[in-house]
Design a protein around this ligand. Sequence first.
Ligand code: DP6
Length: 402
Amino acid sequence: GAMAEERALSMVTCTAPVNIAVIKYWGKRDNDLILPINSSLSVTLHQDQLKTTTTAAASRDFTEDRLWLNGEEADVGHPRLQACLREVRRLARKRRGGSAEDASPLSLSYKIHVATRNNFPTAAGLASSAAGYACLVSALARLYGVEGELSEVARRGSGSACRSMLGGFVQWQRGERPDGRDSLAHQVAPETHWPELRVLILVVSGEKKPVGSTAGMQTSVDTSPLLKHRAEVVVPERLALMMRHIRERDFEGFGQLTMKDSNQFHATCLDTFPPIFYLNDFSRQIIALAHRFNAHHGHTKVAYTFDAGPNAVIFTLADTVAEFVEVVRRSFPPATNGDQFVRGLPIDSASLSEEVVTTVVTEPVPGAVQYILHTKPGPGPQLLDDPSQHLLGADGLPRRCA
Ligand code: DP6
């Protein structure tokens, strides 16, 4: 009968991407449901360079829920993780008609084991919670056979995670409802829409962020009049404009608005009381360099954006990558032998004109940039079919090689 078909162990592995906002999310109107005060828009980055991999397993033999992050056992009791688990199980129950569990492929009462791993250093301050929760929700949904709208569930893990549930260009609509049912992510355009678009992540030196996003944005909501104005007036206008720039693949418009929105986000941080500083001197030197580079070319060739940390994310077009990377290398000469200074997608070598060296490079700051990661827009979460990729073994415990 049905019982005999129940497997002792069910296991699923998914990967999910990082995303970088060009219209920033900063501030919640509901902390528990994670409902934002404004809509936001992001670009999903390619998983060949940055991804989280998560294996979720359920078994009647597991005695407790367990979680491993990058090989280390971690607390499964985290309220946001529990919210995601509860919501996926609720959708599964709904899908199964709220009745007979014995007819379903997997018992919802089984304990689960989850192992998750990033292919990039967490310490680099790259948004790992977005990819992490998007991956957790994708894997759990597959495990329980849930399909369809899942950005609402990922949102309960981390606001920005809902945007990592889709590839390409993604909007998270703030929604109007108090229950959050309309606070969802939508794809604005697929990753194939703008094939020349490239992303350079400049990992700068410095300590980890002093104030996390969750706490930081709460203080901003409580104290910053600029944030209120931004959410009510500025963002609605900018979203419409940004959608048009993306639709038209207008890099001039896209780049300028991306820089302005990053700057306004950091202005709201300064307007927060007590103020929050995410940019450091190196971040500010990168900003100045980007503006000198664009001024030299007479138009917007590169655009920077910064999240809750000092690393710069640069948008540019394929034909500009080699020259700009050389400008960065000359401006921030690597502290060590230049070993692996550029990672990710291949980059051609470029020689700089004398004029660029004198007007753009100016005074080099050695060691400011640890390394550059070259990537591009990419697709949403993926299911891995190959069982050899599971992070958990047949015993439900992390595999040594994983
Ligand atoms: C600056 O999504 O990390 O990266 O919802 O509290 O988990 P929580 O915050 P989080 O905030 C991201 C803020 C940001 C801007 C953005 O990604 O839109």
